[in-house]
Design a binder for this molecule. Structure first.
Ligand SMILES: Cc1cc2nc3c(=O)[nH]c(=O)nc-3n(C[C@H](O)[C@H](O)[C@H](O)COP(=O)(O)OP(=O)(O)OC[C@H]3O[C@@H](n4cnc5c(N)ncnc54)[C@H](O)[C@@H]3O)c2cc1C
Length: 388
């Protein structure tokens, strides 16, 4: 039994959670992982992988029963994200983005909004989260997209950049500024944009280093009209919603990065036990053992920390911003380091596309950039210790 077998055996799951995990694991192994290579090469949307997840009703696990879901624990959701992402990081982020976009609607939407909109997601539709703009990235408060009230409607003008699932989403959680509020931070507001709204256009998909099967697109709004009934909270209530929704999506992107790191670790260890040089398996060289020790320790710590953050949230804690930042930052730094070392341990073969570690390394890089770059997270964590 390895350290990770023991760690896994210690993690408590209820019977019904165990059943879900077994199903997800089987689908990841039988359907998602084998298809990942082809989707990475073609850049096509991973239809078969997403269909397999929808067959399991995976969106339903984060939506309450009243809106067509079958709500399970956040910790279970996070573990599912890791398992799916280890098999195919693109599929993992498409799935997780549904949660990132729709969780604020679940937590803060009115009964009418949830009853009307959420069944589309619990039934397998995609969700999306649109914050970033061409000139507002790390500082999201610099966004320029404008929401102008007009009777029973809101008119949207502006654009968004780099939006995951933006081309296929049924519902997009869209941030912009309320035209009638002058203070730029106080003006931030949020609404649910439905697919096919007039005046809404999707730009061409970005060609990316990794996550090639997960689409990333710019969005354009030219006098786009949505019902005022789709406004989430009050005009100007968006900044609070933005910060609280990021706190829930950051452990989720951490779980996604953890999946990539786990996959790289597994491939690296298997290769090191097999590959011989100078008459010995390369795992027998002490320098390499030191490397494994460092990476395995970090992997164990990150897994445990993500479980810890999930437990905080389950316990009803609301002030966990730094904890979520630590999860996001450490998991993504680990994914990058782990995949880089895994390529290194494969020698020249690691650089060849026949080996999964090559793809994992390309997929890992963005995890240090999205959902707040790791510089921003270091700043958030560091400044939380200022005395005044
Ligand atoms: C594949 C992909 C998918 C994405 N999906 C989504 C999505 O679904 N929804 C969405 O809204 N956005 C999405 N994004 C956008 C992503 O969140 C941003 O790219 C990210 O927040 C960084 O913003 P930026 O690219 O404008 O970089 P910038 O903010 O311009 O940063 C440039 C550099 O400056 C550094 N920097 C900036 N501010 C500071 C600071 N205060 N201290 C120290 N360093 C700093 C950054 O760390 C970075 O290294 C996606 C991006 C990509 C590439």
């Amino acid at each position: 039994m390895t350290l990770f077998d023991r760690l896994n055996a210690q993690r408590p799951w209820m019977e019904e959670e165990r059943l879900v995990l077994d199903q997800v694991m089987r689908t990841a192994e039988d359907v998602i992982a084998p298809a990942a290579v082809g989707y990475d090469k073609s850049g096509d949307y991973p239809e078969t992988s997403m269909a397999a997840l929808n067959k399991l009703g995976m969106n339903a696990i984060f939506v309450p029963e009243a809106y067509g879901g079958a709500l399970m624990s956040y910790r279970l959701y996070l573990e599912c994200v890791s398992i799916i992402s280890a098999a195919c990081a693109s599929t993992g982020i498409i799935y997780a983005t549904n949660f990132h976009g729709m969780k604020p609607l679940i937590d803060l939407g009115t009964e009418e909004q949830k009853t009307r909109l959420l069944p589309r997601i619990s039934g397998g539709g995609l969700g999306s989260l649109a914050i970033t703009e061409p000139s507002a990235g790390s500082d999201a408060t610099g966004m320029k997209t404008r929401f102008t009230p007009d009777g029973d409607e809101i008119i949207i003008d502006g654009s968004k950049a780099f939006i995951s699932n933006g081309d296929r989403a049924e519902l997009i959680l869209l941030f912009g500024k309320w035209s009638e509020i002058e203070d730029p931070r106080q003006a931030i507001s949020v609404l649910i944009l439905e697919r096919g709204s007039p005046g809404f256009e999707v730009g061409p998909k970005e060609e990316k280093m990794g996550h090639r099967a997960a689409t990333t697109v710019p969005l354009f709004f030219n006098g786009c009209r949505v019902p005022r009934a789709n406004l989430l909270g009050e005009p100007g209530g968006g900044l609070k919603i933005l910060l609280s929704s990021l706190n829930k999506s950051r452990p989720s992107v951490a779980a996604h990065a953890l999946g990539i790191a786990r996959a790289a670790f597994a491939d690296m260890i298997a290769y090191m036990n097999e590959r011989e040089q100078s008459g010995r398996e390369i795992i027998d060289f002490q320098g390499n053992q030191f490397l494994i020790a460092d990476l395995a320790s970090e992997l164990a710590m990150v897994e445990t920390w993500i479980d810890y953050v999930a437990a905080l949230i389950a316990a009803g804690e609301t002030d966990y911003g730094e904890e979520a930042s630590i999860a996001k930052m450490r998991a993504s730094d680990l994914a990058m380091r782990m995949t880089t070392e895994a390529v290194q341990m494969h020698g020249g073969y690691g650089y060849i596309t026949d080996y999964r570690v090559e793809r994992l390394m390309r997929d890992a890089k963005i995890t240090q950039i999205w959902e707040g770059t790791n510089q921003v997270h270091r700043q958030l964590i560091g400044r939380s210790f200022r005395a005044k």
